[in-house]
Design a binder for this molecule. Structure first.
Ligand code: FAD
Length: 157
């Protein structure tokens, strides 16, 4: 990273940034150019390994591309704050941003799907009483992204 003063390397801090994000942009491999798709997500850290979870209807372009190639990139950001100035060059933006790559796979096991969906819900609500219907769990596609590389950059001017 060119501005290494802005790099965050502590895993706890990176997790904290990800837990404040509400959208993950997943970059999938299409024929000529990447296919970038915004998704809601959940995140888990276990023994230093980060896994992202997504859910989706079982069909569509992203699912087709995931089936063809499990290698994916992702990006998420939060804490946007516009810095205003009297000059155009003085304008800027504060942010916290995470980038990474990993390998996608589909979760087929019923209990694992349920756990992944609970992790996803935890990203958006503290309501622990939410339940999932059996039919919904069976119908929805649940995807994990095992993160292999990650970087985090925070700009706070
Ligand atoms: C903040 C946010 C959160 C979302 N969370 C989820 C989620 O958790 N799960 C989920 O399945 N979907 C989510 N979506 C919708 C998601 O971005 C896709 O639109 C959806 O998943 C369908 O993707 P697909 O590849 O199957 O598209 P398809 O229905 O197969 O359509 C393919 C074509 O439609 C266009 N297209 C698809 N999605 C978009 C888009 N978002 N914006 C503009 N054009 C598009 C593209 O041109 C693409 O080539 C979210 C969208 C936003 C903005």
């Amino acid at each position: 990273m060119r501005r290494s003063d802005r790099e965050i390397t502590d895993l706890k801090e990176i997790m904290d940034v990800m837990q404040k994000c509400d959208t993950c942009r997943l970059g999938l491999q299409d024929e000529k150019v990447p296919y970038i798709v915004p998704l809601n997500f959940g995140v888990r850290e276990e023994n230093g390994r980060i896994t992202l979870f997504f859910h989706s209807a079982p069909e569509g372009k992203k699912i087709r591309l995931m089936e063809q190639n499990g290698a994916a990139g992702f990006e998420m950001d939060t804490a946007h704050e516009l810095i205003e100035s009297d000059t155009a060059c003085g304008y800027g933006m504060n942010y916290k941003c995470v980038l990474g790559v990993g390998t996608l796979s589909f979760i087929e096991d019923y209990e694992e799907k349920k756990e992944a969906l609970s992790i996803l819900m935890k990203q958006y609500t503290t309501n622990r009483d939410l339940t999932f219907s059996e039919n919904m769990i069976k119908a929805v596609k649940v995807i994990r992204l095992e993160v292999e590389e990650i970087s985090c950059k925070c700009c706070n001017r």
